[in-house]
Design a protein around this ligand. Structure first.
Ligand code: PMP
Length: 354
């Protein structure tokens, strides 16, 4: 830390993204990216956009917002886009929380929520999930805190049914509930249609996972227009050209090929179920993941040891040291071949233990 660093941030522990080592070619199952590249049409759209790279991008992001609004059955002023959904989640912390209005979220969830809260000096409460990592809706009823709920949750993959989510939103009419749907396309049910009836609901989404555009950085949020205007105030107060021209074009082109994206998600869901079956046969326990990853533990090997052994065999998965989940690893679902390679590496690792 330099002597110039603001005291405001001196205690901040930044978010640590999944590793991206370059020492060898890994089978990368650690950051929930899609195993499928973007389509030719999406690549062409981005290429075409850089031809006009001397001009700023559209600060209103109209084309992609219109396409998103059409796709989700909302109005254009009910959607905002951002530089990855991380950015709009940060805006939501800034917009809807402060000293008097703390944030709350599960104790096991996306690790960035606590970092956003701390960076914005917002008090927060972590609400323990049940022993089996399911969420007890009673813990969220009428809390008077701004709630952040990933659905499906990460890293557990467990999804809340829409009526349960709705009851949480209805029980907190004076606070915003932010539902983070980064993984919804792999088997969850989107809450976006609820925004028309719920004036305190914000739903965020991303092109990073189901739309194969993690590197383009494109996220979005839906909500009633006043809520979106609040988020937009923060966008315009920090970075009005927050989404670049190539990404806007790629996102718009991606929304024109929904069928292809749906097929990719179906393949990933199929690979997930198959890989879950293989891992169960090897003695793993898993949550019921509706996302593009599995959250697994094995009675004979700790999470860290499994992570290390897989890495030495060229397969990256994600492991956290925090107490409740240190026995687990999170495994992104890739292609069938990648998942077979994983199962075979795990089989070898377990055999070597005996
Ligand atoms: N929410 C959750 C639950 C995530 O796991 C991620 C990915 N790390 C994000 C949001 C943010 O993704 P992005 O910024 O790529 O849209």
């Amino acid at each position: 830390m330099s002597r110039f660093f603001s005291k405001k941030y001196s205690g901040l522990t930044p978010y640590v993204p999944g590793e991206q080592p370059k020492d060898m070619r890994y089978i990368k199952l650690n950051t929930n990216e899609s195993p499928f590249p973007p389509s030719e049409a999406v690549v062409k759209a981005a290429e075409e956009a850089i031809r006009h790279g001397e001009l700023y991008s559209d600060p209103e992001c109209l084309a992609v917002r219109r396409a998103l609004a059409d796709r989700y059955g909302a109005d254009i002023d009910e959607v905002i886009v951002s530089n990855g959904s991380d950015e709009v989640l940060n805006f939501a912390f800034m917009a809807f929380c402060d000293e008097e209005h703390p944030a709350a979220f599960p104790d096991i969830t996306y690790g960035f929520y606590s970092v956003f809260a701390e960076a914005n000096r917002i008090p927060y409460r972590e609400i323990p999930l049940r022993e089996d990592f399911t969420l007890d809706p009673r813990d969220y009823a009428g809390t008077r805190e701004t709630l952040f709920i990933a659905n499906p949750n990460a890293p557990t993959g467990i999804a809340l049914p829409l009526p349960v989510l709705r009851s949480i939103v209805d029980s907190n009419p004076d606070r915003v509930v932010v539902v983070d749907e980064a993984y919804v396309d792999f088997g969850g049910e989107s809450a976006v249609p609820l925004i028309h009836e719920c004036p305190n609901l914000v739903v965020t989404g991303t092109f990073s996972k189901s739309r194969s555009l993690a590197g383009a950085r494109l996220g979005f949020a839906f909500g009633q227009r006043e809520l979106i205007r609040d988020l937009d105030t923060l966008r315009n107060s920090t970075n009005p050209y927050n989404v670049n021209r190539m990404t806007l074009a790629a996102g718009t082109a991606s929304l024109a090929e929904d069928e292809r994206n749906r097929e990719n998600c179906a393949v990933i869901a199929e690979n997930r179920e198959r890989a879950a079956g293989q891992l169960k046969e090897l003695g793993f326990r898993m949550t019921d993941s509706r996302a593009n990853f599995l959250f697994a533990s094995h009675p004979r090997i700790g999470g860290e040891e499994l992570y290390r052994s897989l890495k030495s065999r060229g397969i990256l998965v994600r492991h956290w040291k925090s107490e409740r989940i240190r026995d687990h690893v999170r495994i992104t679902v890739g292609t069938a071949e990648q998942m077979d390679a994983l199962a075979s590496a795990v089989r070898d690792i377990l055999e070597e233990l005996t």
